[in-house]
Structures are given as C-alpha cells and as structure tokens.
Design a protein around this ligand. Structure first.
Ligand SMILES: Nc1nc2c(c(=O)[nH]1)N[C@H]1C(S)=C(S)[C@@H](COP(=O)(O)OP(=O)(O)OC[C@H]3O[C@@H](n4cnc5c(=O)[nH]c(N)nc54)[C@H](O)[C@@H]3O)O[C@H]1N2
Ligand SMILES: Nc1nc2c(c(=O)[nH]1)N[C@H]1C(S)=C(S)[C@@H](COP(=O)(O)OP(=O)(O)OC[C@H]3O[C@@H](n4cnc5c(=O)[nH]c(N)nc54)[C@H](O)[C@@H]3O)O[C@H]1N2
Ligand code: SF4
Ligand SMILES: [Mo]
Length: 853
C-alpha cells in the first residue's frame, strides 16, 4: 500500500472536498475553531446562547463512544455536524456529556475514513503484506461476497461461514442473528467475552445476566471495585453529573491497584495488589458479620437476636433465619469464619485496620450503599469468584435493589423482529445445528451465561479454533464494527487466523488492523450521525431509549451496516436463486402503512420504526413517555421509562431459590449440568478450568489465589491495564484530540504512550520520566515511554489501553500499515480466561519485567 492509499479514494464529491476538510480538521485540532462550519466542539457555547448559530438545528441521536450509550443532540449547519451536547429530554444523562463525546466529530469527519468499497489485489495475507486495496463499486463488492456465500450453500458448507461483530445498535438482529441463520451458519460471534461478561456472574447470586445501574443520587456509601466511573464503565455522562452530590452526601472508596480518576476524588483508596480482590472482599464480609452489621430486614437474624458469628467458629445453620437471602450460614461455616482482615492483609496488601474501617463504614450506610463491581476484579483468570465476593456485600447490606443501592436496568420494550422459521431451508436447518466455531460448551469452556452450559460466547478462542480448524475450517467471514487483531490479547494469533480465511469482508468506517486481512472492505456509516438506529441506558432510576438518525449529509459512498448492506446482499443472493433472506427482510413492514420495503433505504426506515413502535406509537405504548407518533418521537429522540420500583426483586430474583444466594444453588445447578453433559464431576470441571475450589467451595464467594503468568523472580512487576478517559473503546486513536489531550489521564503525557511506574521503582532501576523502556512478559515485549508517578503502586506498571495501532490512519499509526505509534497492551497480555464466564482475562495475571530500551 502506498502512503495511506485509503486517502486516494474519492468521495462522492460535491459535498465537501477532502483537502478543505483536512484543513478544517487540522484547525479544530489546533484549537483554532474559527467559526463557519469548522469543528467547534471545544468552543464555548456562548455563540449558541446568543443565537449566533441559529441557522442550524439540534438533531437528536445517541453516542456509541462507550457502553454508556448516552442520549445526545447534534448541532447541524448546512448538513454538517458542528457540536454535540446531551439530550435535555433524557432522564438518565440529560444535558450532560463526558469529554469524549466530542471526539465523535473527529471520527465522522476523519479524512482517513474508507470512502468507497475496496478489494484486495494482493492474494497473500499477513501483517507485512500490502493488501493493495483498489476501489470498486458496491455492486462488484457485493457480487463477490454473494458468490462466496452461494458456493458454501452449493457444497453444504454453510457452517464454514462466520459473522463477527464488535459494537452494534438494537437493529443488530437483522444482521447478526437473521443473516447467518438463514444462510445456515451457527457462527455469529460477538465481542462480549472480551468486553465485560465476567461482571455478569452476579447472575448466580441475583439472577440478572446484565449490567446494573447505581443509585448515586440517593447513596450514602460507594465502594468501587476495579471500575473508574468518572472515566470509564457505563453511565459516565450521568454519573459525572451526580457525583458531586455523592461527594457531599456519601463516602466513596476505590479498590484499585492504581490511583484512578475516580480514586483521586474519593475518601479512601485501597491500593489492592492486582488479583487479590477476593481476599479483601471476603475479609470485609467477615468483618460485617462479626460486628453484627448485616442488614437484618434483608438478610434476617439469629432466632434470638444473639450474634454467633465468632471468628473461627462454625454456627448451627438452624439458628439463623434468613429473609431474602439463601445460604449465609453455609458460607460462614465453609469459608468466611476464617477470612479475617489479618488473614487478608498480607494477601491483598491492604492494612487490616483499613479493611475494618471501610467494611464497617460501608455497612453503617446500609441499606443505602453500593458495592460497584467493575471489570477489574472480574476480567481475570478465576475472576468469577472475585465478582461473587465483591457483589455479596450488596446482599449483606441490603443495598441490592434498594434506595441508594444497586439496581437493575428499568425494563423497556423493543419490538422483536418477525420469526425466521419459515425462511430457513433444509440446508440452513442442518447448518445451524453444527458446533459453533468458538467451542463454547465443551468441558473446558463452560461459558455459563444465564446459567446455561455454553450459554455465552468465547470471542478470543475463535482465533485458535480457526487456526486449528476445530470444529471446522472457516472459509467465508464477515466482520463489522470490530477489530479483534487489535483488541484481543494474543494479537499474533488473530493475524494468523485471519490470514487463513479464504474470503473476508470487513464492514468498517476505517481501514483498521483487521481490515488488513480483508478481501473486500465495505465502508459503513458512522452510526451516531449517518444511520437510523437505537441504543439505551439506565441511571437515576430511569431507562432512556435513544434514537439515532441520519443527522448529516453523508460525505462518502458509505452504507448502514445492519440494514442497507444486508438488504443489498440479500438482493444479490436472490439474483442467484436464493431469495430466503430477501423474502424475510420484506416481512418487516412500515408499521404506519403496512408497506413492504422495496429498497435498502426503506428497509432501514421500516426496521427502526418497527423496532421502536412501542415507544412512539401511542396505541402500542407499554409505559413510560408517550408520543403522538413517529414524527414527534424523531424530534425528541428519546423515550424515558417510568421511575424505578425499589425492592420489587426481594425474594423475587431470577435465582433457583428466588433469594439472593450466598450459597448459589443456581451455580451448583449450572455446574452440575455442565459436568453431567460431559460425564464427569464438578470437581473435575473446576480442575480443567483452572480454578482451585473443590466441593461446595465452588458455589460460594471466596478468594482464589490469582493465576499468574511468569516467574516472580524473572518478572517481578505486575501489569495494570485500563481504559483511557478519551478512549472510545478501540476507536479514538486517529482523532487528533485523543493524542493532544492524553494528559487527561493522571500520569500520562500528550502525544506519548506512557507506562507509569512508582518513583521508588524508577530510582531502583535507574529509569526516569521520558526514558524509553521495554516491558516484557512471558509472551511478548513492547517499548514505550516511562512516566514516574506515585499513583502506580510499587511493583506495578500501569498503562492505558488504546495506542499501538499500526493501521488506523495517519494519526494513530506512525506509518499506516507498517509502523505503530505507541504500543498495544494486547501484544504482551497472555491469553487466558475466566472459563466459567468465558471471559478473556485482562487483569491480575500479567507479570512483567521492565528495562531501559
Ligand atoms: N488490553 C485491552 N484490550 C481490550 C480492552 C482493554 O481495556 N484493554 N477493552 C476490551 C473491551 S471492554 C472491548 S468492548 C473491546 C472492543 O474491541 P472491538 O469490539 O474489536 O472494537 P473496537 O476496537 O472498539 O473497534 C471496532 C472497529 O470498528 C471499526 N469502526 C470504528 N468506528 C466505527 C463505526 O462507527 N461503525 C462501524 N461499523 N465500524 C466502526 C474500526 O475498524 C474499529 O477498529 O476491546 C477489548 N480489548
Ligand atoms: N473512557 C472509556 N470508558 C469506557 C470505555 C472506553 O473505552 N473508554 N469502554 C466501555 C466498555 S466497552 C466497557 S466494557 C466498560 C468497562 O468499564 P470498567 O469495568 O470500568 O473498565 P475496565 O477498564 O475494564 O476496568 C478495569 C479497572 O480495573 C482496574 N484493575 C486492574 N486490575 C485490577 C485488580 O486486580 N483489581 C481491581 N480491583 N482493579 C483492577 C484498572 O485499573 C481499571 O480501572 O467501560 C466502558 N466505558
Ligand atoms: S459516556 Fe460514552 S456514550 Fe456517553 S457521551 Fe461519553 S463516550 Fe458517549
Ligand atoms: Mo467493553
């Protein structure tokens, strides 16, 4: 590829020429927003207040920068987006915005977007192979893809088709579910298990396979485990707004190996040793029981009110009468009685005094308290038990489903798409029954999402499965909104796997690392500005469902990933004699007129109207905000639910007993059926999956020694990976603001990719801020810049995820397609998993050494 070939792609012309646009972007980047249609996101709002921007219009949409999915409005002048703010109609995030919302402008107007379909001219695939992309028409691109799919169908090989996705909108089923099934493939692979699945293992205590909202406005104590809510996690815009109130009314404690953005504004920092959360949480639970501080209306009490929780002593199970919980006495007897703060101190590195103080402070705020369990303790080998231990504190204190506590998302009702049963032919019916490529459900992959053996995806294992052709080879693949060659630990495996696939179509805004292995690249709309779509979020005791709409004029020859492209592909398949997909798509009619879609644009519009009918159609309303019809809904752009009903889940949880399960009958059931399926015992499953628990311990929260990669003598440090404030997941790196404002992360430097070390370690190793250093783990080595910073505890190295792109455009890579800027953490993170949830491990297991480069 010549220097940035994607650059050479011509735009549709007419709307704006690339050169003037680059100039505009550069000006904005330098902070020289000078009026007119230049990017003005960081300019003060005074001009608008005075009416100077009155010629434009605020259009509602939704941000996909992170999983907060905030309701937004975009200010549009002459078809160009110039500014973003929170949608004032939203009851969750309201007018508030996190800082990275504005980067969406630099994404959509990025001069390095893919501007027309492209095909590969170099048949060889590999990291050092220039794909030799040349522009082609949509017709040619989709003909190529349709031909390859028809070949699979003719040979009864539809299970050799695979669809992968990263982000999505709630129109996802049209592409992610219906397309592979109707073609006849079992392989729809989401990115969920490299995201945050292990967090959802709280399912085994409270029956919710879901993320939670946190009742910050009403809370009196927030204890945060490995999440940085002012920076990352979900609900950022909303919590940024309510946090001030929490700082006034509540105590906030952060359990984090590094000083996070949230940690820097809290009452207590507990700098836990990476991987030891389970010990700390168990000791807190022990303390709460010993001191008699559990919340009696939720948990219950001894029959006579006398506290028999004496360290080291078992209790008689029958003396404790539980209310809305299950198995407290078993948990105490099997484990907790010995988990004192003094036991935990040498393990987790937190002084016993601090453990007691925080545990008792937390319990004193009960039931208006939150144990907020983020990715840190979860996304580790053995992370399941860290999650159960930290989440159990919500059970002990009755913060579960309570005012000022941890709430589920309010319910909302998207309308499902019509059934596909009549559109799956015999080939498809056979194909979808074949084993999924990710091997979920095998003995060593319980992946117990929603309590089912093989219930969840195994994203990162797909690379190995493709390489080993186990269960089968993959011949034709599509990927959208994903970049697994960058975002998964063990990046080289993905390079190898993607090189093996005969034909790969990447649906993307940018030619990224994964696109390098593509046979065709299909340029997609930026879903916040250029497509219809919807996503939702929950906080403040509400749920908001936002509408995304084509707010601006498309600059390039792009299409919507979940609607227009599948429709056009369906037409191509129909031309080849296989019309099932097209006929299925035609069943999604305009709810107002009953008309079937005749083209890709109508399909998109009818699909969104269908999906959201319960929100905008007053006759179909299922509660929450009401609208007069579609037009009004498009204008407002967000539906809000009714307020939260607290405590409705008490004794009405989705667990086996209906209670909050300290001893999880639900997990026992799931593990036993997984073991039975493989003709073995639960103990054997635990052994194969690399957990230490045997017997009943497998069903209760407890500490598992972290499984580490690397000998502590050779690799004396532990690595702490985390999300940067301006990371829009893996997608901000080509935004100049991302690099310019990198120092928003404490200890970071603009235009640098730094690894942060404690000054004590720096002095010992003779390393100073600004030195180039090499970080080496047992699986790889990267070079970055040292920053000495007290917020990294001694013995650890903290580094943001996000840089190290070698193919994401002119700012993200040093030389596009050849040389990375900064370093990708995933080049040194060993591939490992929390196998009960199927999650990829990012934390707790990584040992490394640090040298001057
Ligand atoms: N070391 C480390 N690795 C991590 C993480 C971490 O914290 N540390 N975080 C993990 C998490 S939580 C997640 S969710 C994953 C995310 O990882 P992925 O699901 O792989 O997604 P992204 O890397 O965000 O990028 C998606 C790709 O989609 C394309 N794209 C960008 N914008 C758009 C758009 O608007 N539309 C479409 N269709 N395509 C677009 C680009 O090619 C981009 O590279 O990464 C995981 N990987
Ligand atoms: N700014 C920003 N926000 C985002 C995203 C983004 O890319 N950027 N992505 C969104 C996505 S896709 C997701 S899934 C969510 C995830 O939201 P979080 O769960 O908040 O994010 P992670 O970065 O996975 O959390 C890891 C945290 O755990 C800490 N940590 C590492 N090791 C340990 C440990 O052993 N114990 C403890 N207690 N903590 C540890 C890290 O320092 C880090 O703060 O964030 C969303 N929000
Ligand atoms: S919190 Fe996430 S979704 Fe919300 S505005 Fe910020 S980047 Fe966008
Ligand atoms: Mo994620």
């Amino acid at each position: 590829m010549k220097e940035l070939d994607i650059d050479g792609m011509q735009g549709k012309g007419g709307v704006i020429n690339r050169r003037s646009f680059v100039k505009g972007a550069a000006a904005a980047c330098a902070g020289l927003a000078t009026g007119g249609p230049a990017l003005r996101a960081l300019a003060p709002d005074t001009a608008h207040a005075k009416g100077a921007l009155a010629e434009g219009k605020w259009v509602s949409s939704c941000c996909v920068g992170c999983t907060s999915w905030c309701s937004k409005q975009v200010y549009v002048i002459n078809g160009r987006a110039v500014k973003i703010r929170g949608n004032p109609h939203s009851k969750t995030n309201g007018i508030n915005s996190c800082p990275r919302a504005h980067l969406a402008l630099q994404q959509v107007y990025d001069p390095d977007r893919v501007k027309s379909p492209m095909k590969r001219t170099n048949p060889k695939k590999g990291r050092n192979e220039d794909p030799g992309f040349v522009p082609i028409s949509w017709d040619e691109a989709l003909d190529m893809l349709a031909d390859r799919i028809m070949e699979l169908r003719e040979k009864d090989e539809t299970h050799k088709f695979m669809l992968m996705r990263g982000r999505y909108t709630e129109l996802r089923d049209l592409l992610y579910d219906r397309l592979p099934k109707i073609i006849g493939s079992p392989n729809n692979i989401s990115h969920s298990s490299i995201c945050a699945e292990a967090e959802k293992m709280r399912y085994f205590q409270e029956g919710q396979w879901a993320y939670m909202q946190y009742d910050i406005p009403n809370t009196r104590y927030v204890l945060i485990w490995g999440a940085d809510p002012l920076v990352a996690n979900r609900g950022v815009s909303s919590y940024l707004n309510s946090w001030g109130r929490a700082l006034d009314n509540a105590r906030i404690a952060s359990v984090e190996p590094r000083l996070s953005g949230t940690g820097s504004k809290c009452d207590e920092w507990l700098p836990v040793k990476p991987g030891y959360d389970g010990a700390l949480a168990s000791a807190m639970a022990h303390t709460i029981l010993v001191e008699g501080m559990w919340h009696k209306p939720f948990v219950g009490d001894f029959f006579d009110g006398e506290n028999r929780f004496i360290p080291g002593h078992e209790i008689n199970e029958y003396t404790f009468l539980e209310e809305h919980t299950h198995g407290l006495a078993k948990w105490w007897n099997l484990y907790l009685k010995d988990a004192s703060p003094e036991w935990a101190e040498p393990l987790c590195g937190i002084p016993a005094d601090q453990i007691r103080r925080v545990a008792l402070g937390f319990a004193a705020a009960a039931p208006n308290c939150i144990s907020w369990v983020g990715g840190g303790p979860a996304m580790q080998p053995r992370g399941t038990y860290g999650v159960l231990a930290a989440n159990a504190l919500n059970g002990l204190t009755g913060g579960c489903d309570n005012i000022g506590g941890v709430l589920r998302y309010n319910s909302r009702s998207y309308q499902g798409f019509p059934s596909l049963d009549d559109y799956m032919d015999d080939i498809a019916k056979v194909g979808v029954k074949k084993e999924k490529i990710d091997q979920r459900g095998r003995l060593e992959w319980p992946n117990l999402a929603s309590g089912r053996s093989g219930g969840g995806v195994n994203t990162n294992n797909v690379a190995d499965a493709i390489i080993n052709e186990d269960p089968n080879e993959i011949k034709v693949a599509m990927g959208y909104f994903n970049n697994f060659n960058f975002s998964c630990p063990g990046t080289g495996r993905w390079d190898q796997a993607m090189s093996k696939i005969d034909f790969f179509a990447h649906l993307t805004t940018h030619a990224s690392e994964m696109s390098f292995y593509a046979d065709i690249v299909l340029p997609v709309n930026h879903c916040m500005f250029e497509s219809w779509g919807t996503l939702d979020n929950s906080s403040n005791g509400y749920r908001s469902v936002s509408l995304m709409q084509p707010a601006i004029e498309r600059l390039w020859d792009t299409k919507s990933m979940e609607t227009e492209i599948p429709w056009l592909l369906a037409e191509k398949l129909a031309q080849r004699g296989f019309d099932n997909l097209l006929r299925y798509y035609q069943t999604i009619v305009d709810p107002e007129t009953g008309k079937s879609p005749a083209n890709d644009k109508e399909f998109e519009l009818y699909a969104i109207k269908h999906r959201m009918q319960h929100f905008w159609d007053p006759a179909q309303s299922k509660g929450g905000d009401k609208f007069s019809g579609w037009e009004e809904f498009v204008e407002v752009g967000v539906w809000n639910s009714d307020p939260y009903s607290y405590r409705a889940r008490w004794s009405n949880m989705g667990t086996k007993t209906g209670k909050f399960e300290f001893y999880s009958e639900t997990l026992k059931d799931a593990l036993e059926s997984h073991a039975e399926k493989h003709n073995t015992t639960v103990d054997h499953v635990m052994e194969v999956c690399n957990y230490l628990a045997r017997g009943d311990l497998a069903f209760i929260p407890h500490y598992e020694e972290p499984y580490e990669w690397g000998d502590p003598v050779e690799y004396p440090f532990k690595f702490v990976d985390y999300k940067a404030r301006l990371n829009r997941e893996g997608r901000s790196s080509n935004c100049p603001w991302y690099l310019q404002l990198k120092d928003l992360d404490p200890g970071d430097k603009s235009y640098e990719d730094v690894a942060k070390l404690n000054p004590i370690d720096g002095e010992r190793l003779g390393i100073r801020t600004g030195d180039k250093i090499r970080l080496t783990t047992p699986v790889g080595s990267i070079v970055c810049t040292a920053s000495l910073w007290e917020g990294a505890q001694p013995g650890t190295v903290a580094k943001c995820f996000g840089q190290g792109h070698w193919a994401y455009g002119r700012y993200a890579a040093k030389v596009f397609g050849k040389e990375a800027l900064g370093a990708n953490n995933n080049d040194i993170i060993p591939v490992d998993n929390d196998r009960l949830s199927g999650s990829t491990a990012f934390y707790g297991h990584i040992r490394l050494k640090v040298e001057k480069a």
